[in-house]
Design a protein around this ligand. Sequence first.
Ligand code: 16G
Length: 245
Amino acid sequence: FDKARFEAETATPLYLRLRKIVRDAVRAGRLGETEALPSERDLAERLGVSRVTVRKAIEGLVKEGVLVQRAGSGTYVAPRRSRIEQPLSHLTSFTQDMASRGLAADQIWLDRSVGMPSPEEAMVLGLSPGDAVARFHRLRRAGGEPLAIELAVVPLRYLPDPTEVETSLYAVLGRHGHRPVRALQRLQATALMPEDAQRLGLAAGSPALFIQRVSYLPDGRVVEFVRSHYRGDAYDFVAELTVAP
Ligand code: 16G
């Protein structure tokens, strides 16, 4: 928070200058990850500006994600979020994926129930009239951080008791001899609706990947139809490409 450096930037409004200086200090590592910022009053005095200017600059940096504010404790440099690299070539389960990264998976249930499928679900799952489904709608988290909202629909014949699924759907399907061995997946860019955005701790309209998956048993029957929203700021889906023969 060098006053000379601050005064050198004369053309832009004060709060924008301050915002830039703090942002640059974070990017250059002069202000370290999770480091506390001096108080509003302290900063205003050191730089010879009003507290309103400091507040405005800080508000902007919080919105940008450069700083975080903790109620009652102050303002800190935001921890850098590391993105999850998810290979697109293997059929794995969320619980397995997170365990391989040393993270514990958990969830907040939005719905876990038995019911009748929608026409689209009946079609995708190849169900006959009257066949019921188990529905697993949850906010999936790893290490306590929300990562995706997922709705998995499974024909009831493969999972008579949905309450058996406490964390891993695939583990329970496996216990019943119905673990999928193949899946087709479609990824689309989307903007989060307010409700899902709030569940994921993001602003409404934030980018997400809408992923649909249809998974198959070895005999070709469909065992699950999944629609999920993955946080756009948390995931990289990666695939290896080879030249066609
Ligand atoms: C992944 C799958 C989902 C599957 C779930 C099982 C995608 C897009 N989705 O989230 O289809 O139901 O894993 O995980 O990859 P679990 O065994 O931990 O419940």
